[in-house]
Design a protein. Structure first.
Length: 90
């Protein structure tokens, strides 16, 4: 049971962290950042701050790809001030 647990953990971590190229690496890092935010998600500005390793074009491409794949959703939250855009993992 211990060896099965260790093997499953290794496979899960490798799947989440090992990438074949730079684009896949950026997608996986962005998804991990969003997963770490939990059920509530995070604001678009917080996501931008945490993904400073990407330029604007790359960040928009990653978000578009993840949304098209049905992995995330972007919602507008209206409050007293400006409306805020929130990103949530599905």
């Amino acid at each position: 049971m211990l060896s099965r647990h260790c093997a499953e953990l290794t496979i899960r971590e490798a799947t989440a962290r090992v990438s074949e190229n730079q684009v896949e690496s950026q997608h996986k890092r962005a998804m991990q950042i969003l997963r770490d935010a939990g059920q509530a998600g995070m604001s678009r500005s917080e996501f931008t701050r945490r993904t400073q390793f990407m330029d604007h074009r790359q960040r928009e491409g990653v978000l578009r790809t993840l949304a098209e794949a049905g992995l995330i959703e972007t919602v507008m939250l209206h409050s007293k001030g400006r409306p805020a855009q929130w990103i949530k993992v599905l």
